[in-house]
Design a protein around this ligand. Sequence first.
Ligand SMILES: NC(=O)C1=CN([C@@H]2O[C@H](COP(=O)(O)OP(=O)(O)OC[C@H]3O[C@@H](n4cnc5c(N)ncnc54)[C@H](O)[C@@H]3O)[C@@H](O)[C@H]2O)C=CC1
Ligand SMILES: Nc1nc(O)c(N)c(N[C@@H]2O[C@H](COP(=O)(O)O)[C@@H](O)[C@H]2O)n1
Length: 222
Amino acid sequence: MHVIVNAAMSVDGKLSTRHREQVAISGAEDFDRVDALRADSDAVMVGVGTVLADDPSLTVDDRERIDARTERGDPPQPARVIADSRLRTPTDATVYDDAAETILLASDTATDQALTEARTKGATVVTAGEDRVDLSVAFDRLETHGIEQVMVEGGGELVFSLFEAGLVDELSVFVGSIMIGGRDAPTLSDGDGFTDRFPQLRLRDIERIDDGALLRYHVSGR
Ligand SMILES: NC(=O)C1=CN([C@@H]2O[C@H](COP(=O)(O)OP(=O)(O)OC[C@H]3O[C@@H](n4cnc5c(N)ncnc54)[C@H](O)[C@@H]3O)[C@@H](O)[C@H]2O)C=CC1
Ligand SMILES: Nc1nc(O)c(N)c(N[C@@H]2O[C@H](COP(=O)(O)O)[C@@H](O)[C@H]2O)n1
């Protein structure tokens, strides 16, 4: 499995406000780059915190990119994958529309009622882990669904867990020229944080996009 984390942050490293309200950090050019990255992926993944905060669609917008996917034999849209241990995705969430396949990664804590509800809404549920989703096991299961490249859009809790598990191959981060602030505002990597064995990244390139900078890294390990 090849895992690319892509996110947009303010110059002070925040993904959104302390109210967890979405902020347009990217400009038009960066959003278009994100659309292309989605189109090149088998799946687009977020944590349920992002679904609850943003209600994203996680789909490819550009018609030509959708057509190119079907021409090469892929589904028109990448699958949407949500790390959602207890299956808290609201039944009226946009990810339950029929625009793309939706796969919920749950843990043993999900109730039978929640499993039935998610499946009734049309989602595929993959269970891995006792408390939180065991991301390594879940990714192995996704590979059996034919998912080889995953683009992860956030949020900070999920990104931290993926780095902690050593599952990230590449990181792209757009740094927008905006200051958000707030000690409780989500950052690119939240969770418990590292105190040693910090993930090591290698800067691949820097590009000026919109009024910000796109930084691309290879992740070399912990
Ligand atoms: N600027 C950007 O590029 C982006 C910003 N965001 C922002 O990030 C915020 C949401 O981020 P978070 O609250 O950190 O939520 P998150 O999206 O990282 O989801 C975390 C939740 O995922 C579930 N989960 C299941 N297994 C997990 C595991 N092994 N590790 C971690 N989480 C697991 C848990 O319920 C956990 O609470 C929102 O404010 C959203 O707007 C989100 C994506 C992109
Ligand atoms: N790349 C990027 N730049 C920003 O400025 C953002 N605010 C976000 N947010 C994430 O984009 C997703 C929204 O997806 P849809 O457009 O609804 O498909 C969602 O994951 C946001 O948190 N991303």
